[in-house]
Design a protein around this ligand. Structure first.
Ligand code: 4NP
Length: 157
């Protein structure tokens, strides 16, 4: 069976999208669905390429038994050919992904949406960027993502 591929995208690929990727992987593991999916994350920006996720996010996630293992990379036009679902964390990411797609490819494989389209408990229409804020912001991002990432999996199951 062909695997379903999912790419989570934020700005730096060191806070929100690595957390979304790890939460999704953890959910897939719990449901015995790991082998059905290819999961990755990327940033629209290039500043943090090759770096581990922000330690504040890794520590907050570890408290929930979620391990963030990814290294940052930047989204490329090849991703539009390789991923079935591209999920942006906020409106700015969404616009930047669409702009890149329009500039670089005409392929229509990838569905490009915002992860908060799949929210049910939280009302946030974007995942707030926690990078310049306090430690609470990282926990709040994880709360929001646990809700919407679960909603996304339900929407495709
Ligand atoms: P992320 O957070 O997009 O959730 O990874 C950010 C990380 C770094 C920066 C901005 C947002 N930065 O400006 O370096």
């Amino acid at each position: 069976m062909k695997k379903i591929s999912v790419l989570f995208v934020c700005l730096g690929n060191i806070c929100r999208s690595p957390a979304a990727e790890a939460i999704f992987n953890s959910l897939l593991e719990k449901k015995g669905l790991t082998d059905c999916f290819i999961v990755d994350s990327a940033g629209t920006g290039s500043w943090h390429i090759g770096k581990k996720a922000d330690s504040r996010m890794r520590i907050a996630a570890e408290r929930r038994d979620i391990n963030i293992l990814s290294r940052a990379r930047q989204i490329t036009s090849k991703d539009f050919d390789e991923f079935n679902h591209i999920l942006a964390m906020d409106d700015s990411n969404f616009r930047n992904i669409k702009d890149l797609k329009n500039r670089t490819t005409s392929t229509d494989l990838a569905s490009i949406k915002k992860i908060q389209d799949f929210r049910s408990v939280f009302n946030e229409q974007e995942v707030p960027d926690p990078y310049f804020g306090g430690d609470d912001g990282f926990d709040y991002v994880l709360d929001i993502l646990e809700d919407s990432v679960n909603g996304f999996l339900e929407s495709i199951s």
